[in-house]
Ligand binder design. Structure first.
Ligand SMILES: [Fe+2]
Length: 160
């Protein structure tokens, strides 16, 4: 089973198992961290040792998958945290920031999907340095976001 198939299986598992909010947060972040590991491996294998089939598959699946995870966080988990925190100002500020970071990530992922399409087609990208930079900027931003979001929300979600 490819890394991508494992990820898709994890995402389906999240839907069917209906975990409590704190567990769901951990599952959603684990999936994004695994995705980051896949992107890091691709970056490490540039300019010409990347798995072209995997890149082509990721080009299709990446944005829809992350967008779905973001919407789940926003619609289910952020709502829970906000209810729990009632009108606590710092919590709603932090959640607005997380929403903003989701949008930035999705914007970068659109660009990355283009690159992955190229990596699926070509033995070498036209600009390997720019390709490596884009891959790294995406997975580093997602990792940072997940670490902070998890730290911030996990206690709040414990009692949801
Ligand atoms: Fe998030």
């Amino acid at each position: 089973m490819s890394a991508l198939e494992l990820l898709a299986k994890g995402a389906r598992n999240l839907e069917v198992s209906e975990p409590d909010p704190a567990t769901a947060l951990a599952m959603v972040h684990d999936l994004q961290m695994e995705l980051c590991d896949i992107l890091e491996t691709i970056a490490d294998l540039l300019p010409d040792r990347h798995d072209r089939m995997e890149c082509a598959e990721l080009a299709q699946a990446l944005l829809p998958m992350v967008t779905k995870l973001h919407r789940f966080e926003e619609d289910v988990l952020f709502s829970c945290a906000l209810r729990r925190a009632s009108l606590a100002e710092p919590v709603s500020r932090a959640i607005s920031r997380f929403r903003g970071e989701h949008m930035e990530d999705e914007f970068r992922l659109e660009e990355l999907s283009e690159l992955l399409r190229e990596l699926g087609r070509e033995r070498q990208p036209a600009n390997p340095e720019a390709a490596g930079y884009l891959l790294r900027s995406v997975f580093e931003a997602i990792r940072r976001h997940c670490v902070y979001e998890r730290e911030y929300l996990s206690n709040l979600l414990d009692d949801c």
